[in-house]
Design a protein around this ligand. Structure first.
Ligand code: GAP
Length: 505
C-alpha cells in the first residue's frame, strides 16, 4: 500500500469505527473542524492522561492548571499575537486556490530532497554492498548541488520572513518556478500577511462591546498565572506549569484531516528557570520529550528533530519533534526557549511585577522559560497512523489490527461469551462487573468468535476474554492477546492482576 492509500485507510478506519467524525457532517461539514466519536474520545482522554501523568504526576516541580479560553484582549497585544501571529499567504489567480507561501516553498524543498534520495538509491544499486551512503552524499557533485540549492532557498526564505520582505518572497516563488499544486499555473498574486486569531465580541453592542480573541495557544493562560501559582504553590525555580486545553487558529490552508485544524487541543508546559540556565533546560526538555514518545513503543526511525529556520517572535531557540506521517515528516511537538519575553511583556502591559525572589542569591528577576508544546490531535493522528496495520496470517487471510500502545487503547478488554445462551452471557457480565471499576470493558456476543476477535483487533483492544461452557465448571477463561494472538487459560480471580501486569508491559 502506498503512503497516500495508507492515509486514506487511516481516515476511513477512524470514521468507520467511531474515532473521528467530520463536524456538522449532516450539514456537509465545517472545514477543518472535527468531532471525536465514542472510541476517539477514549483514545484522546488516554493520551491526555498519559501526558499529564508523565509531566505532572511524575515531576514534583511541575503542577497543572486549567485556564479560561477567553482572556483580556491586552494579553494578545502583549504576547505579540495581534501584531505578529501571521502566516504569509498567496493566491493563484487561475485556480483561485489560496496557499501558505512558506508551505509552497517547503514543499518545493521536499521535492529537491526527494531528488537527493533518488540519487542515493540509484548509487546504492550500482555499488552494491560496499556502498557508503553518507560518504556518497558528502562527495557526489550532483547531491552537493542539490544541497547548496536547498540551503540558498532556506536562507532567502528566512530573510524574507525575518525582515517581512514579502516582495522578495513572491520573487523567490517565481525564481524557483513553483507552480500551483492543483492547476500547475505560475500566475501568483502578491504575498500578504494574514493574522490567524479568531475574534468575537464580549458584552452587548449597546454597552460598547469589546473585541476579544479565542486563544491561539494555551501558553498565555500559564504566563498570566505565573505569580499566582508560584506564590500559592510556594514553587521554587526551576518549576513548571502544565495545561491541556483548546486553541483556535484561522488556518489559511487546513488539510490533512486532523493534522491542521481550526479548533484543536494543546498539551503545553512552561518551565520557569533562572536566566542563563535556559539552554541547558532546552536541551534537557528536547531529550525528555523524545523519550516520552519513544516510551510508547513507536520506532525511533519515525521521529526526527527539526531546528526552526524562522523563530516565533518570542523564541531564541526552537526545535520540532517531527513524526513520519503518511504525508511525510511533519511537526508533532515544539520545544521552545521563550526567554523572558512573555513575562516581561505582561509586566509592561499590566504594570504588575512578575518576578521571582531567589532566596539563594537574594535577587529579584524575571525567570526565563522553556516550553514544550504538543498538539493533542496531532498526537492522536500519529498514534493512529503508526498503529493501523494490515497483516497476512499463516492461513493466507488478512487481519486489520490497530496495534495501539496498550496504555492508550480505548477499551482495555473485551468479554465475549462463546454463545449467547446456557448462562454464558450472565457469567460474562459478572466478569465485567468485577473489572469495570479498573478497566474499560466491552461486551460483545454477536457473530462467531473469530469475527468478534477481528472487531476487537480493529479497534485496538489489547485483550479479549472468552467465556465458554468449561468456565462454568472450572472458573477459568481464555484470554487472547491482540498482537501475538496467543491464548492462555487463566482463573477468573487472577484476571485483574493479569491485566494490570499486561497493560503496563
Ligand atoms: N505555545 C507554542 C505554540 O503554540 P506551535 O508550534 O504554534 O507553538 C504547538 O504549536 C503544537 O500545537 C504544534 O506542534 C502542533 O502539534 C499543534 N498545532 C499547532 N497548530 C495546529 C493546528 N492548526 N491543528 C492541530 N494542531 C496544531
Amino acid at each position: 500500500m502506498n503512503q497516500e492509500d495508507k492515509f486514506k485507510s487511516v481516515i476511513s478506519h477512524a470514521k468507520e469505527y467511531g474515532f473521528v467524525f467530520q463536524s456538522s457532517e449532516i450539514y456537509d461539514g465545517l472545514s477543518a473542524v472535527y468531532d471525536y466519536g465514542q472510541l476517539g474520545a477514549e483514545l484522546k482522554n488516554n493520551i491526555k492522561k498519559y501526558w499529564w501523568k508523565s509531566m505532572v504526576q511524575m515531576h514534583e516541580n511541575i503542577v497543572g492548571i486549567d485556564t479560561a479560553i477567553f482572556m483580556h484582549p491586552t494579553i494578545w497585544k502583549a504576547s505579540g499575537h495581534v501584531d505578529a501571529f501571521n502566516d504569509p499567504l498567496i493566491d493563484n489567480k487561475d485556480s483561485k486556490k489560496r496557499y501558505r507561501a512558506d508551505v509552497l516553498v517547503e514543499d518545493h524543498i521536499a521535492k529537491i530532497e526527494g531528488k537527493i534520495a533518488k540519487e542515493i538509491k540509484k548509487a546504492a544499486k550500482r555499488f552494491g554492498e560496499s556502498f557508503d551512503a553518507e560518504m556518497f552524499a558528502q562527495t557526489n557533485p550532483r547531491v552537493a548541488g542539490y544541497k547548496e540549492k536547498i540551503e540558498s532557498i532556506e536562507a532567502r526564505m528566512k530573510r524574507c520572513l525575518d525582515e517581512g520582505d514579502l516582495e522578495d518572497f513572491k520573487q523567490l516563488i517565481i525564481d524557483e518556478e513553483i507552480v500551483d499544486p492543483v492547476g500547475g499555473s505560475r500566475n501568483w498574486t502578491d504575498v500578504r500577511q494574514f493574522n490567524l486569531m479568531f475574534s468575537t465580541e464580549m458584552g452587548s453592542i449597546a454597552e460598547g462591546a469589546n473585541t476579544i480573541y479565542l486563544r491561539p495557544e494555551t501558553a498565555q493562560g500559564i504566563f498570566v498565572n505565573y505569580l499566582n501559582v508560584q506564590k500559592t504553590g510556594r514553587m521554587k525555580l526551576p518549576f513548571g506549569i502544565a495545561q491541556i486545553g483548546k486553541a483556535f487558529r484561522n488556518e489559511i490552508v487546513a488539510r490533512q484531516f486532523i493534522f491542521r485544524m481550526r479548533e484543536f487541543e494543546q498539551m503545553e508546559m512552561q518551565f520557569f528557570v533562572k536566566p542563563g540556565t535556559e539552554m541547558e533546560w532546552y536541551e534537557h526538555w528536547k531529550a525528555k520529550r523524545l523519550e516520552w514518545h519513544l516510551g510508547l513503543g513507536i520506532a525511533e526511525t519515525e521521529y526526527r528533530f527539526h531546528d526552526h529556520l524562522k523563530m516565533a517572535h518570542y523564541a531564541n531557540a526552537a526545535a520540532d519533534i517531527e513524526f513520519n506521517f503518511p504525508f511525510g515528516f511533519k511537526e508533532l511537538e515544539g520545544i521552545h526557549s521563550r526567554t523572558d519575553f512573555d513575562l516581561k511583556q505582561h509586566e509592561k502591559h499590566s504594570g504588575k511585577k512578575l518576578q521571582y525572589f531567589d532566596p539563594e542569591t537574594n535577587e529579584h528577576y524575571v525567570p526565563y522559560v522553556v516550553e514544550t508544546s504538543i498538539g493533542l490531535d496531532r498526537m492522536f493522528l500519529a498514534t493512529l497512523c503508526s498503529a493501523l496495520q494490515t497483516e497476512t496470517l499463516e492461513d493466507g487471510s488478512e487481519r486489520m489490527v490497530l496495534r495501539l500502545p496498550k496504555v492508550l487503547a480505548p477499551y482495555q478488554v473485551a468479554i465475549l461469551p462463546l454463545v449467547k445462551k446456557d448462562g454464558l452471557p450472565d457469567k460474562a457480565r459478572a466478569i465485567i462487573d468485577s473489572l469495570k471499576m479498573e478497566y474499560m470493558c466491552q461486551y460483545d456476543e454477536k457473530d462467531a468468535i473469530g469475527r468478534r476477535y477481528r472487531r476487537q483487533d480493529a479497534i485496538g483492544t489489547p485483550y479479549a476474554i472468552t467465556v465458554d461452557h468449561q468456565t462454568l465448571e472450572d472458573q477459568m477463561v481464555t484470554i487472547r492477546e491482540r498482537d501475538t494472538m496467543t491464548q492462555e487459560r487463566i482463573p477468573i480471580d487472577q484476571l485483574s492482576e493479569y491485566l494490570y501486569k499486561g497493560l503496563r508491559a
